[in-house]
Design a protein around this ligand. Structure first.
Ligand SMILES: [Zn+2]
Ligand SMILES: [Zn+2]
Length: 123
C-alpha cells in the first residue's frame, strides 16, 4: 500500500464511551458496536512488557479469569484511573494497578472486539 491511507471505516471510531469502573464502548463508523470489559482490556494490554516484545517473557495479567479462581488473592477491583487520547489514533489507559504503558490503537480495539460476530470470523 503506497503512503499512509486514511483509516478504513471499520477502524474509525464514531463515538467512544468510557466508564472507568466498567470498560469502554465504541461505535464504529461502519455501524459496528463493540464493548470491552475492563478485565479484557487489561489482560490484552499491547505494551512491550505485557506482550514480551523485548525478548523478555510476557507478563500478562489474568484479570479475566480471576472470578473462576477458587482461592482469589485479595486485590482491589480493577479500574481505570484515567484515559488519554493519543494523537487521534489510540487511547492510553492508566490502571489502578500502576500499569500505564499500553497504547490501544483503534485497529487494536477493533480486532479485539469480543462480540460473537467478530469472534467467529478470524481477522
Ligand atoms: Zn502492558
Ligand atoms: Zn464485534
Amino acid at each position: 500500500m503506497p503512503g499512509k491511507a486514511q483509516n478504513p471505516a471499520e477502524f474509525e471510531p464514531e463515538h467512544i464511551a468510557i466508564s472507568k469502573s466498567r470498560g469502554v464502548k465504541i461505535d464504529w463508523k461502519d455501524g459496528h458496536r463493540s464493548e470491552y470489559p475492563l478485565a479484557l482490556l487489561r489482560d490484552e494490554c499491547p505494551c512491550a512488557t505485557c506482550t514480551g516484545a523485548h525478548g523478555t517473557p510476557p507478563q500478562k495479567s489474568n484479570y479475566s479469569n480471576s472470578s473462576s479462581d477458587p482461592f482469589p488473592i485479595f486485590k482491589p477491583a480493577l479500574k481505570m484511573l484515567s484515559v488519554e487520547e493519543v494523537g487521534n489514533y489510540a487511547l492510553r489507559i492508566h490502571w489502578n494497578d500502576g500499569h500505564q504503558t499500553g497504547i490501544y490503537t483503534w485497529e487494536f480495539f477493533r480486532r479485539l472486539c469480543p462480540c460473537p460476530e467478530c469472534r467467529n470470523k478470524s481477522l
